[in-house]
Design a protein around this ligand. Structure first.
Ligand SMILES: Cc1cc2nc3c(=O)[nH]c(=O)nc-3n(C[C@H](O)[C@H](O)[C@H](O)COP(=O)(O)O)c2cc1C
Length: 216
């Protein structure tokens, strides 16, 4: 073990024992969305911080990139999130719709990994969600060229103030909207004693889901 502490913290010595719960084949149904909803509700109950935050991983030229986005709906067995279609992630999805979504709920000692393909949702649904966002968020979504290099924050503040003073209509721009991820696999991870964690993966097979247990 290196004696020199990394970043002032003895990271190698930080150990957490996982013992909150167990995940067994006997207690789950054949539908991963039922389990996801159960875990999501439990994440809310135990006050996970931002339980709907998920890591969205995309690929461009065989290189991955990842960032957090918020899950906004679970609809018809798809996972919905909203963003700027011209952002880095938007361009990467345009070229390669294969993505991964990862949830981490530390209080519950749980992780969920979803792999699937994304597609844009329809314009009306995107506008419906856009219109329920607070006015400030809507204006920011309109004026921010997400992912582009800007010379200073002042540029955005000036654009924002200009937008407000000109009393422009606060309508959803066509470069902002939702994506739905249609999952092909969903893996549920529950931390276990002695690092013998439970991992159960659901794999989509036409209209049904196959389950299998993975070694931790
Ligand atoms: C907690 C949290 C929630 C976020 N939610 C979103 C979101 O729902 N949509 C979004 O476009 N960006 C969201 N972001 C910002 C993204 O992580 C990212 O900075 C932005 O989308 C630009 O990513 P890109 O340049 O890879 O396209 C969130 C960031 C954090 C930390």
């Amino acid at each position: 073990m290196p004696e020199k502490a990394i970043m002032g913290l003895k990271l190698a010595y930080i150990r957490k024992n996982y013992q909150k719960s167990k995940l067994s084949e006997e207690t789950i149904s054949g539908n991963p969305f039922e389990l996801f909803e159960k875990w999501y509700e439990e994440a809310i109950k135990v006050l996970e911080n931002e339980p709907n935050a998920m890591v969205l991983s995309t690929v461009s030229n065989n290189k991955p990139s990842a960032r957090i986005v918020l899950l906004k709906e679970l609809l018809d067995e798809t996972f919905l999130f909203f963003t700027n279609y011209l952002s880095r992630k938007g361009k990467e999805i345009e070229n390669n719709p294969n993505v991964a979504l990862t949830f981490f709920w530390p209080v519950s000692e749980r992780q969920v990994r979803i792999e699937g393909v994304v597609e844009k949702i329809d314009a009306v649904s995107s506008s419906n969600y856009f219109n329920i966002r607070p006015e400030e968020s809507r204006i920011s979504a309109i004026i921010s060229p997400q992912s582009q290099v800007i010379s200073a924050k002042k540029i955005l503040e000036t654009e924002y103030a200009l937008f407000v003073s000109e009393k422009k209509p606060i309508q959803r721009p066509d470069y902002w909207g939702g994506y739905r991820c249609i999952p092909q696999t969903i893996e549920f991870w529950q931390g276990g004693e002695h690092r013998l964690h439970d991992r159960i993966r659901f794999i989509k097979e036409k209209t049904t889901w196959k389950t299998e247990r993975l070694a931790p």
